[in-house]
Write a protein that binds this ligand. Sequence first.
Ligand code: HEM
Ligand SMILES: *[C@@H]1O[C@H](CO)[C@@H](O)[C@H](O)[C@H]1NC(C)=O
Ligand SMILES: *[C@@H]1O[C@H](CO)[C@@H](O)[C@H](O)[C@H]1NC(C)=O
Length: 321
Amino acid sequence: MAPATLLLARLAVACALALGAMAQLSPTFYDASCPSLQAIVRAGMAAAVQQEPRMGASILRLFFHDCFVQGCDASVLLDDSPTLTGEKNAGPNANSLRGFEVIDSIKSQVEAACPGTVSCADILALAARDGVNLLSGPTWAVQLGRRDTRTASQSAANSNLPSPSSSAAALVSAFASKGLDSRDLVALSGAHTIGAARCATFRSRVYNDTNISAGFAAKRRQICQAQAGASDGNLAPLDAMSSVRFDNGYFRNLVAQFGLLHSDQELFGAGGGAVDSITAQYARNGAAFSRDFVTAVLKMGSIGPLTGSSGEIRANCRKPN
Ligand code: HEM
Ligand SMILES: *[C@@H]1O[C@H](CO)[C@@H](O)[C@H](O)[C@H]1NC(C)=O
Ligand SMILES: *[C@@H]1O[C@H](CO)[C@@H](O)[C@H](O)[C@H]1NC(C)=O
């Protein structure tokens, strides 16, 4: 084949692979079997976010940590048991993930309306969408039809979830291994426009990085001691401007060297050409961020779903049936 033809053939294969998973999922999957599903999830998230706005962020993060480990199969929701080692105690998750009770409560209402019908993985995908939208972010039609895994992988949680000390190159490669490109990486990182991080995750950034606004670093050091210990759990907003508003403030912070995590700041100013220019674009243009976030979160939601007769519809999101 001529090089151009070969390139087109490769592109066709890549598109088919990317669309393959999405093709099996559908926004109308439960329209007949559970017509009240979306209203139940929305009301559950509205109540949770009203009580504590940060919960919108916490649920979005749960969805990310689900999808990056074995695909979006609700593996992250499984508790440890004598016969199963879950992911909740993996390094990136322990003392950090939150919102499990919110998913439990929504699941029990969905079970009451439509017993044995809706997967925990799909409830999480819907709840994440509603959390973003309730904090003034975009909305989108969630692809549905995922089923729940009977297994979890603590080791995959430790190796697949990127660390806050990651370089830009490491972030690009962690996302590439999930079929997500640099634009997806930067857009999805914009999730850090909401929510908070613990001192333990930003200590080295505010004490040892040089490319950080001096005033900002000094302020964060006030709540985060240099030595590990009592202040480890102290929280700071990931977006100092508006941590309960899903806007492009995260990117405006990055261009001003106000990134809270080392990995955040790696998306601007580290000399990583492509990611730098995407970050700068989103800092200027909130609509572009919003549009690309939707594209990227749909791609993330289509990572390795169990469909058809694979997996199961869990009765309780914390344990296999
Ligand atoms: C690019 C690589 C990423 C790294 C290294 C990273 C790392 C982190 C860390 C260290 C925290 C703070 C956790 C704590 O202190 O307990 C955090 C919080 C958070 N992350 Fe990420 N993250 C990344 C990407 C993402 C993505 C793709 C999403 C969702 C699409 C996301 C959503 C969130 C949210 C919403 C929070 C705040 C959670 C809360 O307040 O409960 N992150 N992330
Ligand atoms: C900062 O770097 C020094 C020298 O590498 C190291 O000893 C220290 O533990 C680091 N401090 C933090 C808070 O990461
Ligand atoms: C910031 O500085 C740290 C060391 O101080 C370096 O490792 C990192 O690559 C720099 N990042 C950016 C975004 O310039």
